[in-house]
Design a protein around this ligand. Structure first.
Ligand SMILES: [Zn+2]
Ligand SMILES: [Zn+2]
Length: 583
């Protein structure tokens, strides 16, 4: 199917930064043992060398420029004399046959030298540290064993090696090799990594040595003779449906203890016991024997919003997995069974890091079904909902800020219940008739609320309120069913101006965005248990639209809104994400 092709292309392009560490050529294709040739062929051997940096016997110091490079016999003799080990003698001697080991080639070179100059037989004893590799090639078996043991717990098919050398060591080896070694000799780092890779290749079944996209990267530190393993994450694509409200998409650390675990969170470290991330990630992590998981969703829904329809695309990242292969069917069954109907996954398949970027960057249109109740609105409230959206005026933020902060900061509040969205209007007083009917205590409380003196008789209190505050404005009648249906159906094609809601302003820039409503249909109006009307409808809108705000108006920060158009306060009861129109 053509639809599969982009996935494949993604996988091919999933290039990573491992090459920064590894310069060993272990690609399955295009690999040449002589990758270094171009580099070294240009060196002619008469570079201006810092002779002091070369570890050569003193008496030769003044004759350096007369010593020819390998593979000349005099060059070989010099290499033997300065204490070069067999491996390096083979590597830089220029006599290695195809398929021959460095050591074998080096032994042949040494023998040829000793046949002419028997007194050099003790050269390695006289200079026990190889000037090229500092005897590192003697550790090849040890390093092979360390890596072999380290990767045993992991299922892998692609292994990449890298090596970390002190910079001065590779630099001085480079100089020495280009001065005395044969042109095209393999550099120390590549040669060491290749030697270890060849041995591992013989010992590890079904593992390919690679130089890109490994399952595991083994990084050798030649100073400490240790190996660091970097086990690449496994990525799993899928779609989830959230069938129950009150579950956040990602895990939230407990606000009281910041995730350390305390009495309030029952020592779970979590603000909410469950999350979509954990419900999917924990069984996956157990199956793949990973250490951690990260969740990448194509957008998110609020904690009190369900996600239905085809479900929301996501990629789960399982870190440091011991297993990499999985059966999508078994994994799906396990996750769905353990989630007990609160969350369901489908369409699981292997993914990659590249797809995480795609998932994150895809703007997705969504369908929502939303239900709200009606409450009478007054003229002052309508004025707030229809005042020009403006970033400079604070949109009534100042006065009621404290109260709103308290609401938001209430840790114990049940986030599964819809928050009502009060419209912030300037303070008013009850009508004169209403005040005449009030008890004195109520008037005192009213004065206190508005920061007025609370002494005096009833008439004094009433007069004080009349002087300080304007009367409450006209209350509109609730709209008829016909008006509501007309307004909802008329939302189609409307461009909304949405200022960032205060509820998300701590993590989003305060901006005004234009968002389009593409569809708005099937309004249902029902009487609820209290005999009040509840309205439900479905709308499809541009990615990034704040939907609840589109209904209640967010104190004028979203315009127009259903509330401003029907001239009634709208309290959202619930919101469901239907289909996500992407993927
Ligand atoms: Zn050596
Ligand atoms: Zn806690």
């Amino acid at each position: 199917m053509a639809g599969n092709e982009p996935e494949k292309a993604d996988a091919e392009d999933d290039d990573e930064d491992w090459m920064a560490y590894a310069n060993a050529g272990f690609g399955e294709t295009n690999y040449s043992l002589w990758d270094e040739v171009d580099d070294t062929a240009e060196t002619t051997g008469d570079e201006d060398l810092d002779q002091g940096s070369l570890e050569v016997p003193d008496q030769l110091g003044t004759h350096m420029e007369e010593i020819p490079r390998a593979p000349s016999p005099a060059g070989h003799k010099h290499l033997v004399r300065i204490g070069t080990c067999d491996a390096c003698l083979g590597r830089v001697g220029g006599k290695m046959h195809y398929g021959q080991s460095m050591e074998a080639a080096g032994k042949e070179v040494r023998q040829a030298v000793l046949d002419r100059d028997a007194h050099l037989a003790s050269a390695r004893d006289d200079v026990p540290l190889c000037p090229f590799c500092e005897n590192l090639f003697e550790e090849v078996e040890l390093l092979t064993d360390i890596i072999f043991d380290a990767v045993q717990p992991y299922e892998l098919s692609r292994l990449q090696l890298g090596a970390r050398f002190p910079k001065d060591q590779t630099e001085s080896e480079d100089e020495l090799r280009k001065r005395f070694g044969a042109g095209g000799s393999e550099a120390l780092k590549a040669a060491l990594v290749n030697a270890i890779a060849r041995r591992l290749n013989e010992r590890l079944d079904n593992v390919t040595m690679v130089n890109e996209k490994p399952d595991v990267m083994a990084l050798i530190d030649v100073l400490t003779l240790t190996v660091d393993l970097d086990v690449r994450a496994v990525y799993v694509y899928g779609r989830y449906r959230k069938l129950e409200r009150g579950i956040p998409q990602t895990r939230w650390p407990c606000r009281a203890c910041k995730g350390r675990g305390c009495e309030r969170c029952d020592h779970t470290g979590l603000q909410y016991e469950r999350s979509v991330q954990d419900l999917i990630g924990n069984p996956m992590m157990a199956a793949l024997e990973g250490t951690e998981h990260a969740f990448h969703g194509m957008g998110r829904e609020d904690i009190d919003v369900r996600c239905l329809g085809q479900g929301r695309p996501f990629v789960m990242e399982i870190k440091e997995p011991k297993k990499r292969a999985f059966s999508a069917a078994k994994l799906t069954e396990m996750i769905n069974q353990q989630a007990g109907g609160s969350v369901e996954v489908a369409s699981l398949r292997p993914s990659n890091r590249k797809e995480v970027v795609r998932i994150k960057d895809t703007p997705a249109e969504k369908s929502y079904t939303i239900r709200f109740t009606l409450e009478p609105m007054n003229a002052a409230e309508l004025a707030v909902l229809t005042a020009p959206v403006d970033l400079t005026d604070g949109s009534g933020k100042g006065r009621n800020k404290k109260r709103r902060r308290q609401q938001r900061g209430d840790d114990a509040s049940d986030r599964t219940k819809p928050l009502d969205a009060p419209i912030e209007t300037p303070a008013t007083r009850p009508s004169d008739e209403a005040m005449a009917k009030m008890k004195k205590a109520e008037l005192v409380a009213l004065c206190e609320e508005h920061g007025l003196a609370k002494t005096g008789t009833k008439p004094v209190l009433i007069e004080r309120l009349q002087e300080a505050l304007p009367p409450a404005s006209e209350v509109f009648e609730l709209p008829s069913d016909e008006v509501i249906v007309q307004v909802i159906e008329g939302l189609k094609g409307v461009k909304l101006a949405q200022r960032t809601p205060e509820r998300v302003s701590h993590r989003r820039a305060d901006l005004i965005r234009k968002r389009t409503v593409f569809e708005s249909h099937t309004p249902i109006i029902e009487l609820n248990e209290d005999g009040r009307r509840e309205v439900e409808f479905t709308l499809r809108c541009e990615s990034g639209t704040y939907v609840k705000e589109t209904v209640h108006g967010d104190s004028g920060r979203t315009q127009p809104s259903v509330a401003s158009l029907i001239r009634a306060k709208c309290n959202v009861v619930w919101l469901d994400v239907g289909d996500i129109h992407a993927d």
